[in-house]
Design a protein around this ligand. Structure first.
Ligand code: GRF
Length: 221
């Protein structure tokens, strides 16, 4: 397992909107689900520790103990639990274990930050309007797997990333935040994904604050 470079997320983060940051009254307890490198997970932690997000990441759940996200959790001192999807007979059973993990940690919101499993209504209904997902495209374009490859294959000049509330249809639900990213001449999946990632790290904490503000104001629209 590669231990990620401690500076690969935090050094790139800036907080350009301190005056306009969405306000929510209560500090949040956040749960995060991740399957991969975990750079978005780290960006969230950085936003709570060095940035304007009034929250604490109290639990990370991964589905693969050797993923980069779990190494980051260890470095950052965040409790991490592995729920290996292969150990569960169905998606609903895995989601039941996720619910138990996050309820035990008394989380207010759950963020799917690169969770590479389809979730079921069981999880969505356990956290109504409290389950967020980040996707590397300007939804509703390029849902599903390999959104960056889909954008390159389509020849678009502009793509980006989206954070949305989770609904049962994959990569759908009310949009909380988006950022547009240009596709440049000579881009391949790796250069374009890196450019998108930098924007993801900015909008994910913002979207969490917006979701909290939305819940407090009772706006379910
Ligand atoms: C991100 O591009 C996110 O949009 C997608 O999975 C990727 C996770 O990246 N859902 P990381 O593991 O946070 O670095």
């Amino acid at each position: 397992m590669n231990c990620p470079n401690p500076s690969d997320v935090a050094e790139n983060l800036q907080w350009p909107w301190p005056q306009t940051w969405p306000s929510h009254r209560f500090p949040l307890r956040l749960g995060v689900m991740a399957s991969g490198e975990g750079s978005n997970f780290e960006a969230l932690v950085a936003a709570t520790r060095d940035g304007p997000l009034r929250a604490e990441v109290v639990r990370l759940v991964v589905n693969n103990a050797a993923c980069g996200a779990s190494a980051r959790a260890e470095r950052l001192g965040i409790p991490c639990q592995c729920l290996d999807h292969r150990a569960f007979p169905s998606r609903e059973d895995l989601d039941g274990a996720l619910i138990a993990a996050f309820q035990a940690a008394a989380v207010d919101l759950v963020v799917m930050a690169g969770w590479m499993r389809i979730v079921t209504p069981r999880l969505i209904e356990a956290f109504p309007d409290r389950l967020l997902n980040i996707h590397p495209s300007l939804l509703p374009s390029f849902r599903g797997l390999d959104a960056v490859g889909q954008a390159l294959a389509a020849g678009v000049c502009l793509t980006g990333c989206t954070v949305h509330l989770v609904r049962p249809e994959v990569d759908s639900g009310p949009i909380l935040a988006q950022a547009a990213v240009p596709v440049k001449c000579g881009d391949d999946a790796s250069t374009l994904a890196a450019r998108i990632h930098r924007q993801e790290h900015r909008i994910l904490p913002l979207a969490v604050a917006l979701a909290a503000q939305r819940l407090e104001s009772g706006d379910q629209g």
